[in-house]
Design a protein around this ligand. Structure first.
Ligand SMILES: Cc1cc2nc3c(=O)[nH]c(=O)nc-3n(C[C@H](O)[C@H](O)[C@H](O)COP(=O)(O)OP(=O)(O)OC[C@H]3O[C@@H](n4cnc5c(N)ncnc54)[C@H](O)[C@@H]3O)c2cc1C
Length: 383
């Protein structure tokens, strides 16, 4: 049976599985509604999953197709309102994103991307080498064939966001269980979830939200729902705190130095530490060694000599929640109508919007049209 507006479920007792940035935003938004009792199950501590490993660049730069680009853009546009409501320091900074290229093929790819983004109305533009220096005087860019600046991009600290959301939600009456994994979704004879099993007992519910990142696939399977994912490891290292080296931008993408020293992305947080990753936001990287961390830092020093005294701090590999087609999975499941899935890459960019829209669907029984491309049913034929 198709889910229509009429039979779309409304809920009172909601269990949210997972306290990363996506789960925390949903929990916070749910907790603002009267008459909704929210329980959060987190198998570890809040922000223990991908959110802790994220580069946390708020952007719609490489997001395709166009509907997904606009989806990310819309979330960027509501980030400030979300932050204002939370009313705490989130290290949210809107300084834009800067990048440049010096080889002809990469320069042409960037030129095409800028053209496409401008056609979508994204405020990205080609800038000169002098403008690079104006934005970031400590950069030593070397030869520049083309450079771009995306002025509305930002960055945030996911840990602070999760803390703020959960603090507010708990003030609103939400019950948070840490070190408590959800191990099974228990169905009644009508095929709806009546309880979530944990090692300390079952929790009854009217609806369940799966916001447990890479572990969503296994838990959804206990209710017979298929949510396929790809394995997407990534590494973002840190440095020790540095004086302010970056003056303006929220994120930098630096070109490859040579065939062995690939491109990197980096940013500096308010506490002075740098976060550095290799390749793009989606690049696969499994190397969490000190040697790899040193190599990432040495590439950063090549372009930012002021980083020369910094120490590279390796970080464990992080695993991106990555649906098999790369697009978010959002919404109630037809087969299990009180099971709501919230699985996605770019969850740091998307958290404010997803929290707001999921709440409309879970509490008000709305069916938000904007979410139609992301419904879990698209994987049904793979069952
Ligand atoms: C290296 C890397 C770089 C990234 N860069 C960016 C970026 O620049 N910009 C951007 O927007 N996004 C980026 N992302 C993606 C973004 O970080 C994720 O999409 C986002 O953090 C997902 O949040 P989440 O809450 O869905 O999942 P998670 O943060 O993984 O949270 C899931 C939580 O569920 C808990 N859990 C799992 N199973 C259970 C269970 N059975 N019971 C109870 N709890 C459970 C986990 O412990 C975890 O705390 C990056 C990700 C990585 C790894």
């Amino acid at each position: 049976m198709a889910i229509t507006e009429k039979n779309y479920p409304t809920a009172k007792k909601v269990v949210v599985v997972g306290a990363g940035i996506v789960g925390a935003s949903i929990v916070y938004n749910l907790s603002r509604r009267k008459g909704v009792a929210v329980t959060v199950l987190e198998r570890d501590e809040p922000c223990a999953g991908a959110s802790e490993h994220s580069f946390a660049w708020l952007n719609a730069f490489g997001k395709d197709p166009v509907s997904y680009h606009h989806f990310n853009r819309r979330s960027m546009d509501i980030w400030d309102r979300f932050a204002r409501r939370l009313g705490m320091d989130l290290d949210l900074h809107w300084g834009g994103e800067l990048r440049w290229e010096h080889t002809p093929d990469r320069a042409e790819a960037l030129r095409q991307r800028v053209k496409l983004l401008q056609a979508r109305g994204y405020p990205t533009r080609i800038i000169s080498k002098d403008e690079i220096r104006g934005l970031e005087p400590n950069l030593s860019p070397g030869p520049v064939t083309i450079a771009s600046f995306s002025e509305i991009d930002g960055r945030v600290d996911p840990l602070k966001v999760v803390d703020a959301c959960l603090q507010q939600a708990c003030d609103n009456g939400t019950v948070l269980h840490t070190q408590t994994p959800a191990t099974e979704l228990c169905l009644n004879e009508h095929g709806k979830i009546e309880a979530v099993k944990t090692p300390s007992g079952e929790i009854s519910c009217d609806a369940v939200v799966l916001a447990n990142g890479t572990a969503t696939t296994a838990l959804a399977a206990t209710a017979g729902v298929h949510i396929p994912q790809q394995n997407s490891p990534g590494v973002v290292i840190r440095t020790d705190p540095q004086p302010p080296i970056l003056q303006n931008v929220s994120a930098l993408h630096l070109p490859p130095i040579d065939e062995d020293r690939h491109e990197i992305h980096l940013r500096q947080s308010a506490d002075g530490t740098f976060a550095i990753g290799q390749g793009s936001q989606e690049s696969v990287d499994r190397d969490d060694s000190q040697a790899h961390a040193d190599s990432l830092l040495s590439r950063a020093i090549h372009y930012l000599p002021a980083l020369a005294g910094a120490r590279a701090i390796p970080k464990p590999v992080g695993y991106r929640p990555m649906p098999i087609d790369g697009l978010p999975v959002l919404g109630f499941c037809e087969a299990v109508p009180n099971l709501y899935v919230a699985l996605m890459h770019s969850g740091v960019t998307l958290a404010p919007l997803v929290g707001e829209l999921a709440t409309l669907e879970i509490v008000d029984g709305a069916r938000v049209e904007m979410l139609d491309p992301y419904r879990p049913e698209r994987f049904r034929s793979a069952n």
